[in-house]
Write a protein that binds this ligand. Sequence first.
Ligand code: NAD
Ligand code: WQD
Length: 335
Amino acid sequence: MNILVTGGVGYIGSHTAVKLIEAGHTPIVVDSLVNSNVESLARIEQITGTKQLFYKADLRDRDALDAIFSSNRLDAVIHFAGLKAVGESTEKPLYYYQNNLDSTLVLLDVMQAHAVKKLVFSSSATVYGSAPVPYVETYPAGQGITNPYGRTKYFVEEMMSDVAKSDDTLEFTSLRYFNPVGAHPSGLIGENPNGTPNNLMPYITQVAVGKRDKLGIFGDNYDTIDGTGVRDYIHVDDLAEGHLAALIHATPGYHTVNLGSGRGTSVLELVHAFEVAAGVTIPYKILPRRSGDLPAYYADASLAASRLNWRTTRTIEDACRDSWNWQSKNPEGYN
Ligand code: NAD
Ligand code: WQD
């Protein structure tokens, strides 16, 4: 298949492009580079021996997107492009709504104009808000989302659902990711956050490589195994394979599927797993709870198994080893 990969220069898109190429597909990447570095494309070429077609464009530029669809026979789209920093989204909500919603509206419109019917979207477990664990796809989404970023994910899901209802030949899937971590085992591609990392794993790896003094752990008095927050961490290569599965098993209609391991891991458990995998000590201090954080959540991963024939195969230890391999080989990321 010829697959348009929006946001394909970024963290999850670059890992998915590798899996697509290895499975014999042709990814065609469009990215504005607002949060990524083209060096990842050169690294993908190193891993796969294949050079990807790349367009530097903002998805909101309808003419540019239309030209890409006109000059390529596309079979499907995987839509990763979007801004993802939760804290920034509360400071700049309009920027988030404009970027994440307008880009998707233009994409849906151009797909319709060119009769491209298969779409896989990067949604997030954040659409569940606060709900009993494990999170199941049948739960109502959109309640209790605490930030504009999360609401953009929910709104895009609603847009896709409405569009799919208007044309029963469309095959639309929202993949609700839990917490992506890890890197390609080569150490050539990985997560490359700008500035201070918001997420736990890149913070840990930056402490390990000496860029930061110590990890701050946001709260140790939750009702969890050791008082720290619990999440469902998923290796980015498992996640990437989930996209391939979603394309292969696409069927008409609008579908939501969780991509998670189904297991919860606490912050301290992740820190200790990392220490073993990397052979380093991670100094930390306990800080107050971070506003908006939930105590614990993880996926019910059974729908992905039955519908997509997909399940995670990599462990937390694999993810820690691969994150460390990436960070230690690239202390400054792609810069
Ligand atoms: P990322 O920032 O590394 O990649 C996103 C890419 O989209 C970047 O390369 C960026 O330059 C590009 N982009 C943003 N707006 C664009 C626009 N208007 N036009 C063209 N390109 C644009 O992020 P990621 O971690 O790879 O996440 C990929 C997707 O998965 C995002 O939609 C994100 O919200 C979603 N997601 C991520 C996580 C996570 O923790 N990483 C969890 C759940 C969902
Ligand atoms: C994980 C755990 C923190 C950093 C976010 C988004 C979500 C999704 C994934 C996109 C929590 C603790 C973290 C630190 C810490 N993104 N932590 N010290 O908050 O589960 O999810 O990223 O869709 O929408 O909200 O991920 O990695 O920030 O936090 O103690 O420096 O680590 O409190 O328990 P989160 P995270």
